[in-house]
Design a protein around this ligand. Structure first.
Ligand code: FE2
Ligand code: FE2
Length: 282
């Protein structure tokens, strides 16, 4: 195996510790959540994006095709877990909001969303893309931490907790692969910082809006006013973010690939956590 193929010292990959069928579906307390529009949109849009993971996987596999252990992990570990997130959330939507035509709405979303996932969306270097993946997994683990903590419904708290743990596991693997490529490609810290920042800036809600638009079109087909409803949704979400988003955890995870000295990491976390709070909840 050539040096570029080697991805040494990987943490052992544990088997998925939960499954959709073994979730405690009898714990569902539909009455505590069925009327909550914000949670409906949060769960339904997440189910769309998660279940579409195979689109990203194809791009990623191509980017890392000379690294069989990484490709193997993406295909046999990461992708099945992401798909399972989508399947669990889809089943949850069907159980709580059975009137929502999930398959039709998803087909409409997919036709639109597929055009956003293309090779150009990846970082040019493989180390840079691994750093960017750390940001994506930081975003998802923070999102599900918040969903777990904001949900009044016990089964959704359980599902979001499982997904959150998986996303943190993904972060750890991508971070490990990032360290490998950063060494191999001799990435200077400023290049890592640029890759991290680019992906943070890309998290401008475009994916979220595309998913919202298609959920809205089938959830409230006669209402129209999608932009106005999206603004209302964002306003409610901002309040929830303010109270439940794990800002400090997100900042720590985002800074980790920079490998700052401990004092600099402490100072940066202290400065950036309130900045992130203002940025995310503005
Ligand atoms: Fe996921
Ligand atoms: Fe993930």
């Amino acid at each position: 195996m050539s040096e570029t193929n080697a991805l040494p010292e990987l943490p052992p990959t544990r088997p998925t510790s939960w499954s959709v069928d073994r979730l405690p579906w009898d714990d569902l307390r539909r009455d505590t959540i069925a009327a909550d529009e914000m949670l409906f949109y949060m769960v339904a849009t997440a189910s769309f994006v998660e279940i579409t993971t195979d689109l990203y996987t194809r791009n990623l596999i191509d980017h890392y095709r000379d690294n069989p252990p990484l490709v193997d992990w993406l295909v046999h570990h990461w992708q099945p877990e992401e798909m399972q997130h989508g399947v669990a959330l889809r089943r949850y939507v069907k159980a709580v909001w059975p009137e929502f035509p999930w398959p039709k709405a998803y087909a409409s979303f997919l036709a639109d969303y597929a055009t956003l996932c293309n090779e150009a969306a990846l970082e040019p270097t493989r180390g840079g893309e691994m750093a960017a993946r750390c940001i994506v997994e930081t975003g998802t683990s923070s999102y599900y931490t918040m969903l777990r903590d904001v949900s009044p419904e016990p089964l959704l708290r359980t599902i979001a907790g499982h997904i959150r743990n998986d996303e943190i596991g993904h972060y750890k693997y991508f971070y490990h692969a990032f360290l490998h490529y950063a060494r191999l490609e001799k990435m200077p810290r400023r290049q890592t910082a640029r890759a991290l920042w680019r992906r943070i800036r890309e998290a401008n809600g475009e994916d979220a809006y595309v998913a919202f638009r298609h959920v809205h079109a089938f959830h409230a087909p006669d209402r129209g006013r999608v932009k106005e409803d999206y603004r209302l949704f964002r306003r409610r979400l901002r309040d929830a973010l303010h109270r439940h988003f794990p800002f400090e955890m997100a900042v720590r995870m985002s800074l980790k690939p920079l490998d700052l000295p401990p004092w600099a990491e402490r100072v940066s976390t202290g400065v950036l956590t309130p900045v992130a709070r203002r940025f995310v909840s503005s």
